[in-house]
Design a protein around this ligand. Structure first.
Ligand code: NI
Length: 255
């Protein structure tokens, strides 16, 4: 299994990172993609790649931090992206739930990172919350950039548009929540060939760890729920989602 979206670059892991990585391995997680959310966390994600085998990085600026974006940050992200283990730009997008950065700034920084991904020939990891319409419109302007809709929580109608565009989806602990029947019904309609699994740790721990610090070792709980939804075995769900992750992020089998 590959955890397609983690934040081991988050300070919450600084005290026991080696143990967290070891537990992931013991629980069948052979790859972890650490995603940046600002310049510092992107640098940290790249640094971790050098310290631990099986780790990969995605570099970019989260919509919460869009207000920190300027030409020097853009250049620094582009420089980091040249690293061989950097797989994509992100997480980037729109978050109108928290509105930590002004919406026009979020939109401009989202477009800037899509343009960067296009220029560098890299895919993009999308964060979208309460901004479905604007996210779709902006992604349509960059329809040649392959995207994964991380922690997908949108409607089936929106998912259908993204499927037509060739995009992928990833889902994590939210899928196991008791009150997530609508989400499970949307996800079950998306072909499993377009689905990745993630933890988004330290956030969104799956049941029975909900509310605690999440970590990649819990990924199997997400895969188990996904297997049930798609009526396949846990082994099949693990193999298919790992293959999808390698395809989307262009990770070689030998890596
Ligand atoms: Ni995230």
């Amino acid at each position: 299994m590959i955890d397609s979206h983690a934040h081991l670059n988050d300070p919450q892991f600084s005290a026991d990172l080696a143990e967290v990585v070891a537990r992931a391995e013991q629980n069948g997680v052979s790859g972890i993609i650490n995603v940046g959310y600002d310049l510092l966390s992107s640098q940290k994600a790249v640094q971790l790649v050098e310290e631990y085998p099986g780790l990969y990085a995605v570099v970019g600026v989260h919509p919460h931090d869009a207000k920190t974006w300027d030409s020097s940050v853009e250049q620094a992200i582009a420089d980091l992206a040249a690293h061989a283990e950097v797989l994509a730009i992100g997480e980037s997008g729109l978050d109108y739930y928290y509105d930590h950065s002004p919406r026009d700034v979020q939109q401009a920084v989202f477009r800037a990172q899509l343009a960067l991904a296009r220029a560098l020939n890299l895919p993009l990891v999308v964060h979208s919350r309460d901004a479905a319409r604007d996210t779709l419109e902006i992604l349509q302007e960059f329809s040649d950039v392959p995207c994964v809709l991380h922690c997908y929580s949108g409607s089936w109608e929106m998912a259908r548009e993204y499927l037509k565009m060739g995009h992928y989806f990833s889902i994590g602990g939210a899928l196991t929540f008791k009150n997530a029947d609508r989400l499970r019904s949307v996800i079950s309609q998306i072909p499993i060939e377009r689905m990745l699994v993630e933890t988004d740790c330290p956030y969104l721990a799956p049941v029975p760890h909900r509310g605690k610090r999440n970590e990649p070792a819990y990924l199997a709980l997400v895969v188990r729920q996904l297997a049930e939804l798609y009526n396949v075995t846990v082994e099949e769900a693990a193999a298919i989602t790992e293959r999808n992750t390698r395809l989307f992020f262009r990770i070689n089998e030998e890596d």
